[in-house]
Design a protein around this ligand. Structure first.
Ligand code: KMH
Ligand code: ZN
Length: 272
């Protein structure tokens, strides 16, 4: 029986703690969330951190402290190199100095609501080569169909990623990117290179359609409060672990139970 890799993205860079009290923003809250999500079936944690005022930051010292703290769990630690739409490229590249297992690598610029998430070719190519040099396993974040072409260009020009597996995450439902529905999931998956594996996450109301489309299509799952703040209509998310528990239950129903952290490390080619 094949299994499902579940990634939790617990915090993100967009929501304010004042608006969303359940959002984990301190190191203590993040660690407690990580433990609970691991117990609920997550194998990877996609990490954005906040400063003492709960503002998004890419401070290297705090990132290193966070990676060290998360080593108390067995989760694969994937740091965001996307940061917030306001973070400079130099800070985003420096994230790799915190020596995570893995990192996100967005493959192109995209309108991001009223903002623009900037990922020009030169930056993406430099970041990719840095992941290769350091042995950090990239997850190719795809927000739009053109991003698949850029990922293929990276692979053609610079060769395979650290870990050896081309693993992508389809981020569906950002205003300006992929629509979060079955047809668009199918269109994106149809463009991936042979052998690539993928997860998908639906933003906001796209959460459930994308989750079920991914399970039906043989994909893996990303869930979390970075992407969704509403568990059901009119019912705010109480904590990331309930989103992971729901994803794990859906995966079990699909006869593709959650991967363990050990299985996930082997699957992604994370070095010991
Ligand atoms: N916060 C978004 C602008 C990533 O983590 O790599 C970018 C993002 C993608 O969340
Ligand atoms: Zn992110």
């Amino acid at each position: 029986m094949s299994s499902t890799l579940i990634t939790v993205a617990p915090t993100g860079a967009e929501s304010a703690k004042a608006d969303v009290p359940a959002l984990p923003v301190t190191l203590g809250e993040l660690l407690a969330t990580a433990r609970a999500c691991e117990a609920a079936g997550a194998a990877v944690i996609h990490v954005h951190i906040r400063d003492a005022e709960a503002r998004p930051t890419l401070d290297l010292g705090l990132l290193m402290e966070t990676v060290a703290a998360l080593r108390e769990t067995d989760l694969v630690v994937q740091l965001s190199t996307g940061g917030s739409v306001h973070d400079p490229y130099t800070d985003r590249l420096r994230v790799l100095d915190a020596a995570p297992d893995a990192c996100s690598l967005t493959c192109g610029t995209v309108n991001f609501g009223d903002d623009v998430f900037m990922n020009p070719w030169g930056f993406v190519a430099e970041l990719y080569q840095e992941t290769q040099a350091r042995g950090v396993v990239p997850e190719f974040e795809l927000f739009d169909l053109g991003h698949v072409a850029t990922m293929n260009r990276l692979l053609d020009r610079y060769g395979p990623p650290a870990g050896g597996r081309v693993h992508c995450d389809l981020v569906m439902g950002v205003p300006g990117g992929f629509t979060g529905d079955l047809r668009t999931v199918a269109a994106a998956v149809g463009q991936l290179p042979p052998g690539a594996t993928w997860s998908a996450t639906g933003i906001g109301r796209a959460t459930l359609p994308v989750m079920f489309a991914a399970l039906a299509g043989g994909g893996h799952l990303r869930v979390g409060m970075e992407d969704t703040l509403t568990y059901a209509k009119g019912r705010p998310v109480r904590g990331n672990e309930e989103l992971v528990a729901r994803a794990a239950e859906a995966a079990r129903l699909a006869q593709r139970p959650p991967m363990t952290t050990t299985e996930a490390r082997a699957f992604l080619g994370i070095r010991p």
